[in-house]
Design a binder for this molecule. Sequence first.
Ligand SMILES: Cc1cc2nc3c(=O)[nH]c(=O)nc-3n(C[C@H](O)[C@H](O)[C@H](O)COP(=O)(O)OP(=O)(O)OC[C@H]3O[C@@H](n4cnc5c(N)ncnc54)[C@H](O)[C@@H]3O)c2cc1C
Length: 255
Amino acid sequence: MSAKPFAVGFRVEHPQELVDTIQYGKMAGRPGLPPADYRLAARAPSGRGIYSFCMCPGGEVIAASSGPGEMPVNGMSAHARNSGFASSGIVAAVTTDDFGTGDVLAGFDMQKTLEARAFRKGGGEFGIPAMNLMAFLRRKDRNLSRGKALCPRVVRANLAGILPPRVEEDIRYGLERFGESMRGFLSQEGTLYGVESRTSSPVRIERENYESVTVKGLYPVGEGAGHAGGIVSSAVDGIRTALHILGKYSGQRTG
Ligand SMILES: Cc1cc2nc3c(=O)[nH]c(=O)nc-3n(C[C@H](O)[C@H](O)[C@H](O)COP(=O)(O)OP(=O)(O)OC[C@H]3O[C@@H](n4cnc5c(N)ncnc54)[C@H](O)[C@@H]3O)c2cc1C
C-alpha cells in the first residue's frame, strides 16, 4: 500500500439562477436550457492546483459523514436538477509533502483531522459549518444566504482554520481567480460549506494484473483501493477485474 495525493477544500453554493446568468447571459431562463454548470481550475503561486470538483447543478450539499466526530461534505443532483441551487467542491491538491509524516496512512490522518475540525465547528451534532463566501474572502462577518443542504442543520461558523494554513491561502487565491473567470461568482449570495475532504482515496493498494502484490487472491478494486475516482471509473474497474478473474479461472481470455 502507498500514500497518494488527493484534494481538500470547501463546497461553494450559489443560487442556480445566478450561475445560469453568468454562464448563459441574456439567454438565461430560456426554455430548453438546462441548469448551467461550470468547471474551473487555477494554479496558486505555490504551484498547487486549485479546481472545482463534482459540480452539481440544481443539487444539494450533503453531509457525507460515515462515523462519529467527522463532517465531510459532498454534493448531489437529483435527476430533475431543480433544487434552485448549484454547488461544487473548490479543492486544492494535497500531496505526501502536506501530510506531515511519511506514514502510509498519513493522508487518512489528515482527512480525519480536518473532518473533526469541521464537525466541531458545526456544533458537534452533525451540523454542517457554513460561511458566507465573501465573509471568508474578505475576513468580515456577513449573513448566510439561503441554500439547500441535506443534513440535520446548517451552522453559521468561521471556516478559517479548518484547512492547513497554506492550503487555505491557496483556496482563497483560487476563489479570487474563479471570480475573474466567472464574473458574479464572488457574490454575497455564495455560501461555503466545510469540509470537502473525500475527493479520492489517500492511499492506493498496489496490484499487478488486478491482484494484490502482497496478498494472493485479493483484488483491490475501485475508489477506496485507489484505482478509480467516481461512479463510472469505479464500475469499469470492477467489471475489468471481474472479467480478469473469470478469464483466469476459465482459462479463457475475457478482455
Ligand atoms: C453524496 C455523494 C455524491 C456523489 N456524486 C457523484 C457523482 O455525481 N458522480 C460520480 O462519479 N461520483 C459521485 N460520488 C462518488 C461515488 O459514489 C464513488 O466514487 C463510487 O461510489 C465509488 O465506487 P466504489 O465501488 O469504489 O465504492 P462504493 O460505491 O463505496 O462501494 C463499496 C461497497 O463496499 C461495501 N463495504 C464497505 N465495507 C465493507 C465490508 N467490510 N464488508 C462488506 N462490504 C463492505 C459498502 O457498503 C459499499 O456498498 C458521490 C459520492 C457521494 C457520497
